[in-house]
Write a protein that binds this ligand. Sequence first.
Ligand code: C2E
Ligand code: CA
Ligand code: CA
Ligand code: CA
Length: 277
Amino acid sequence: AKELKGGAVVFQPEVHATTPVRLSVLGDLRRALDSDDELFLNYQPKVTLDGERIEGMEALLRWQHPVQGLIPPGDFILVAEGTGIILRLTERVLDLALAQQRRWMDGGTAVPVAVNLSTRCLLDASLPDLVQRLLAEHGVPAHLLRLEVTESAVMGDAARCMDVLQRLHDLGVHLSIDDFGTGYSSMAYLRRLPVDELKIDRSFVMGMTTTPQDLVLVRTAVDLGHNLGLTVVAEGVESVEHVATLRELGCDIAQGYHYGRPMAADRMTELLVRMGT
Ligand code: C2E
Ligand code: CA
Ligand code: CA
Ligand code: CA
């Protein structure tokens, strides 16, 4: 747990790995970054709740380890965040996502692709320049890239993050607040952030059809987002009941297994053609 100004406390997920395991993860990650086939992206569709067309997608990192097989991002992102390697990892993810976005643009099926940014990256003043350079290299317009940041990331060191976020926003990149509802957020900050989209954490969405408190939270988040002029996305949409409830609440966009699991780029291309954009 980390103490913030004013005595508020945020809990940081713990890295359960013991030190030797952590070290081997880091060594292996460095090697993975040097290879060009161990790290790749899957893409998950974001679907409009009125009309069900694909409005965008999220790029999710995958690591195919030569010995251990597929390692989920939760098992290595946190370790990478503890070191500078997260910056190289983020650069790789942006490069892969924008190269693929270029292919979708050339095929006439491009929708905005979202990339996750870790806290550490928001504290790096060179991030906006990196994003600008990669957009130019791949010839992708800024509005076809979205960056997702968690609310706790921004609240940790708001002033520094705000500067980086503002510069990204000035480039024309769209910004989303990820995992909304799990962090410690103040409405005042939310209003000042240059964000376009709010994503309600999947734990609330998955609970809303059985737990009244979760339903209240989802409804409140939808209304708050709309009152701030933001697009509201629900994560973890798994069932037709979820879809019906979200429509009733006036949520704009849904993402979850109901519409599609994270998938390889080729399968996403088929889905874009089949469902339309
Ligand atoms: P996230 O940003 O909240 O991403 C959504 C996660 O929810 C993904 O897990 C996705 O597969 C999962 N998910 C989507 N729909 C459903 C559903 O209907 N039901 C359930 N149960 N789960 C669903 P994934 O791919 O394992 O990623 C986990 C986390 O790892 C992400 O959470 C994100 O925080 C982080 N991550 C993934 N890729 C990157 C990356 O490139 N960079 C950074 N910094 N973090 C990443
Ligand atoms: Ca995300
Ligand atoms: Ca999320
Ligand atoms: Ca999450």
